[in-house]
Design a binder for this molecule. Structure first.
Ligand SMILES: [Zn+2]
Length: 248
């Protein structure tokens, strides 16, 4: 009896520990971080803040891990939010925009050492382009658990293009990624975070489950699914700052 009571107490303690951890909640808030380049900015680069050095990138990932985070894909978050799937404690989505070579050569192995997946928001015309990602690179990323999402074909500000071009950049890029890579992107990422009612309609009509912006904040199941916030990681951010931002 005493042993039974102890076992029950232990189970309760475990359950309480689980409940007390925000990441173990059934529909947790999830930070979606955004990376662009992992490397040094070239001379004269107009937007150097989007280049995180490999050394700093690795330190940021270590800080996230030390803070108890576990990287997951957006699909996994979606399954937990809407279909009752489980998530690790303190889930974080690490998204990589556009499709740069270092996302395969530096980010992928860094994350793979932790068995963490990344989420690639692919701008299709960077596929097999100079400085972009080759098909072989994307195959490696997929083998390491990465999710491939859609970031248009040519990366325009979608609020400023014709209706025809909007369809081509949204539904058209989804079909083209399917043809080129044999993978069906289920999430969309707005170039420059720019969107409006017409763009949202195009994204919904193309069948995407959700879309991400660069409005800062943590993503939740109750938010507008076509405007999920993300946290842009910049060159100057110290590792502890990244972990703090991911913690909300
Ligand atoms: Zn982009």
């Amino acid at each position: 009896m005493a042993i039974g009571a102890l076992a029950t107490a232990a189970l309760c303690a475990l359950a309480l520990a689980g409940c007390g951890d925000a990441g173990a909640a059934p529909r947790p808030k999830v930070p979606i971080l955004v990376y662009h380049h992992v490397g040094d900015p070239p001379r004269g680069e107009r937007n150097p803040s989007l280049y995180v050095t490999p050394q700093r990138f690795r330190a940021q990932i270590r800080a996230l891990r030390a803070a108890g985070f576990h990287a997951v894909t957006l699909a996994r978050v979606w399954a937990a939010w809407h279909h009752g799937a489980t998530l690790p404690t303190r889930p974080v989505v690490l998204s990589f925009d556009d499709g740069f070579a270092e996302q395969d050569t530096i980010a992928r192995p860094t994350l793979s050492a932790l068995r963490w997946p990344g989420t690639l928001n692919l701008q299709l015309d960077r596929l097999d382009a100079r400085g972009g990602l080759s098909r072989a690179a994307i195959a490696r990323m997929r083998r390491d658990g990465w999710e491939i999402d859609d970031h248009t074909t040519t990366h325009p500000d979608l609020t400023r293009v014709s209706a025809r071009r909007l369809r081509a950049e949204v539904a058209g890029s989804r079909a083209a990624i399917r043809r080129a890579l044999g993978v069906d992107p289920r999430f969309f990422c707005y170039p420059y975070g720019r969107t409006n009612a017409a763009v949202r309609r195009a994204v919904a009509a193309a069948g995407f489950k959700a879309a991400t912006t660069i409005r800062p904040g943590l993503a939740t199941a109750r938010q507008d699914r076509l405007a999920l916030p993300r946290i842009v990681v910049r060159r100057t951010m110290r590792p502890a700052e990244v972990a703090r931002l991911a913690s909300g």
